[in-house]
Design a protein around this ligand. Structure first.
Ligand code: PGA
Length: 245
């Protein structure tokens, strides 16, 4: 695993964007995965700017959503696809047929199989960028998720419901279940990049980097990936030098 320490949030966003730019230059028809949440907003802005000034061409790229709440309506304001569209896909004028999104209204097993088959048909994910949950989750792979888990329906952990409440209002507004690419699915991506920013992530990032690799801490899966990369800003890295007991 490679660890990149960025000076600050802007630097982190720029460096994460460079992975996407390099990937698309090497293979324009890449299959890409992006997270939602607050951390990637600067990355999205950097990519939109790069797309608008012609530094990178998204014209042949395709996208698979990392995760989605389950059991909500297709047009629900909380739909994570809408977040991704608003912040990244629409500003880049990515057509809908290049975006493979979980349907939150579909039967979950069939929907998970559909997404897995779609990824397989395209020869796999080329680059997946993921965020870091307050409990070490990646996507909606909560603690206890098997490292070889596939795309599936999951129950959200209480820590995730608490932190996602900040997006939607209150904890009661957060759906209790979701659909997520599995850790095994993400582990097969050509490159897997985790972005982490800010003091709130310092403790869990230190654990992800230093604790024993364990399914109790899904983000430790990055250390098993042959091209696993962590991009974190200095504030998030503040506790990472401390070794575990
Ligand atoms: P955040 O979300 O970027 O808003 O911190 C990360 C996550 O919970 O996966």
């Amino acid at each position: 695993m490679k660890l990149i320490e960025a000076a600050d949030y802007e630097d982190l966003s720029r460096r994460a964007a460079e992975f996407v730019v390099a990937q698309l230059r090497a293979k324009p028809a890449s299959l890409l995965v992006f997270p939602t949440g607050r951390t990637p907003l600067g990355l999205f802005k950097a990519l939109v700017d790069a797309g608008h000034c012609g530094r990178v061409d998204f014209g042949a790229a395709e996208f698979v959503t990392l995760d989605e709440y389950a059991g909500i309506a297709a047009g629900d304001r909380r739909r994570l696809l809408l977040w991704l569209k608003r912040e990244l896909l629409d500003p880049l004028r990515i057509p809908n047929d290049a975006v493979h999104a979980f349907d939150p209204t579909a039967e979950p097993h069939a929907e998970a199989d559909r997404i897995e088959a779609l990824i397989a048909r395209r020869g796999g994910i080329d680059l997946a960028i993921v965020g870091l949950g307050p409990n070490g989750h990646i996507g909606m792979n909560e603690p206890g998720s098997a490292f070889d888990s596939r795309t599936r329906r999951v129950e959200l952990a209480p820590a995730t419901i608490r932190s996602n409440a900040a997006y939607w209002g209150t904890e009661a507004d957060v759906p209790r279940a979701g659909l997520t690419l599995g850790l095994g699915t993400l582990g097969e991506a050509g490159a897997l990049v985790l972005v982490a920013s800010g003091a709130k992530k310092a403790g869990i990032l230190a654990e992800a980097l230093n604790n024993p690799i364990s399914e109790d801490l899904p983000a430790t899966a990055l250390r098993l990936h042959p091209d696993g990369i962590v991009v974190a800003d200095r504030t998030a890295m503040a506790q990472a030098a401390r070794r575990p007991n």
